[in-house]
Design a protein around this ligand. Sequence first.
Ligand SMILES: NC(=O)c1ccc[n+]([C@@H]2O[C@H](COP(=O)([O-])OP(=O)(O)OC[C@H]3O[C@@H](n4cnc5c(N)ncnc54)[C@H](OP(=O)(O)O)[C@@H]3O)[C@@H](O)[C@H]2O)c1
Length: 284
Amino acid sequence: MIFIILDGKKTAETLMNKIANDVAALSDTITLALIMVGKNPASQVYVRNKIKACNEVGIQVKEFFLDEKLPQKELMKIIADCNSDSSIHGILVQLPLPNHLDEDAIINAIDPLKDVDGLTIINQGKLMNGLDAIVPATPKGIITLLQKYFVDIAGKNAVVVGRSKLVGKPVALLLLQKNATVTIAHSKTANLRDVTKRADILVVAVGKPLFISADMVKKDAVVVDVGINKVEGKIVGDVDYVEVKEITSYITPVPKGVGPMTIASLLENILICYKKQLATQETA
Ligand SMILES: NC(=O)c1ccc[n+]([C@@H]2O[C@H](COP(=O)([O-])OP(=O)(O)OC[C@H]3O[C@@H](n4cnc5c(N)ncnc54)[C@H](OP(=O)(O)O)[C@@H]3O)[C@@H](O)[C@H]2O)c1
């Protein structure tokens, strides 16, 4: 069976070249405030990758690497300072936060115009209403990748497994905006296999290695694997790629699929935030 690999790495490289050119053409220096509390090992890897990508396209990063025990009040103050600092164009709080911190309150303290992760209630509400939102990077990257490969979305049965605020829900909304018929499945879904088997487009964001097996996938489906799981020192997705690929028409690999698209989309979001702030200043 012939299947096409949705090459996130290559697509992201093209996007990043464009972003680098756009950044170079600006007279302002674009700056991202990157806030990390504590030393979660997975977060440290993600943060390093984000800083590297920003550096590659000429976006500056102001790092706030903060103590694990930082009180909520102090973190809120740092965010307030970043909000009012006009030389900072985007704010990213690396999740998860330590348990003593109120994640919702902290995320929603970010100025929605600087909310590069699109996680504030304002941006999520705009997305829900089809307005001009900052869209979370992973869902945005997935849609960009599908479009790059001219995958038909309108009229297709799309099944999203996972309902997180960061991935599952927003990707379902984006697929709905593109006129797919969307089902969201989760840990309480009955007969998951029957649900996934109906999917023309299957997006999996569960966080369980090789969770989707070939018998759960419709022939010729488009499969997007968001999962990043470490198994015996190797990164694997939520989809059993080796078996599943044989029955798909298109499939994302892990790594080199959704991951690089997330990073490139985050960089796009930083640029969008900058432009939104500029437009607000001009109309003020
Ligand atoms: N590639 C990237 O750039 C990127 C970006 C973000 C995340 N990720 C990865 O994507 C995965 C998911 O991330 P996330 O932040 O969305 O995770 P999350 O917040 O933990 O959400 C996982 C979702 O999977 C559902 N789930 C768990 N067990 C299930 C089961 N047995 N059957 C059906 N659904 C089940 C959960 O359902 P309930 O809601 O019912 O609990 C939940 O909605 C992780 O591996 C993460 O590392 C990758």
